[in-house]
Ligand binder design. Structure first.
Ligand code: URA
Length: 233
């Protein structure tokens, strides 16, 4: 789940026949390359995804994978489930069993789900401090009014967690439809926020997380994301 960093010498001793004390000599003999460049220090920091080559052999074969999926209704946001199909059942990728879900959606919620094997990235985008907007389209059972906008902006007290939700931005699209932008992801957050007004959510669809948006991806389909997309460039 995590992409831990470690020192180059420790990494080499754990992934080759050489000991920690051998690594200084390997470095001096210019036998180590890191991401295509000659290694310059045994103290260099590497992660599971850094391409470390010793004597022409790559010591790690883990590639960072970033994926998005347009989740249909009726799929569990989990890697296994005893009763229902999971979002992983919709994915075909040789490393799919390494992936974890970044920001789950409820069983009947549709839309953008992110998956990765890069724990550092998923932790970063899940933190409220990162302030990445998650955009939801919501269909309600009762008509909306402008009071919702102000209440959502000020935050709603959730007694279970003893927190007040971060400012959220609501755009009323029609009598029963709205677009909501949140920077956090508490359990059932959208449903509970509309629950404050006793207004049941009939349909919920996530269209974007920060710079990543569904952008026409067909329901049930997934696609790989590039480093540029996840970094918003
Ligand atoms: N908020 C909810 O209530 N459900 C979701 O699936 C996502 C956000």
């Amino acid at each position: 789940m995590t992409s831990k960093t470690s020192r180059l010498d420790r990494f080499i001793s754990q992934n080759s026949v050489y000991s920690l004390s051998d690594t200084r000599r390997l470095l001096a003999q210019q036998r180590i390359f890191v991401d295509g460049h000659l290694a310059y220090s045994i103290q260099q920091q590497v992660t599971q995804f850094t391409h470390v080559v010793l004597d022409g052999n790559c010591l790690n074969d883990s590639t960072a994978v970033y994926m998005m999926l347009n989740k249909p209704k009726g799929f569990v946001s989990a890697t296994t489930d005893p009763k229902h199909p999971t979002v992983l059942d919709l994915i075909q990728h040789p490393q799919k069993n390494e992936l974890h879900i970044v920001g789950r959606l409820d069983f009947n919620t549709t839309g953008l789900v992110l998956l990765t094997n890069d724990g550092a990235w998923s932790r970063k985008i899940s933190l409220p401090e990162t302030k990445l907007a998650k955009i939801y389209e919501v269909t309600l059972s009762k008509p909306l009014n402008d009071e919702y906008i102000e209440v959502f902006r000020k935050g709603i007290y959730f007694s279970y967690e003893n927190i007040t939700t971060q400012p959220a931005y609501l755009e009323i699209l029609s009598e029963y439809q709205a677009r909501l932008s949140l920077i956090e992801g508490k359990y059932h957050q959208v449903k509970r926020m509309f629950g404050f007004f006793q207004n049941e959510v009939l349909a919920l669809h996530r269209t974007a997380v920060g710079p990543i948006s569904l952008d026409g991806l067909t329901v049930g389909h997934s696609k790989l994301l590039t480093k540029q997309t996840i970094e918003g460039q």
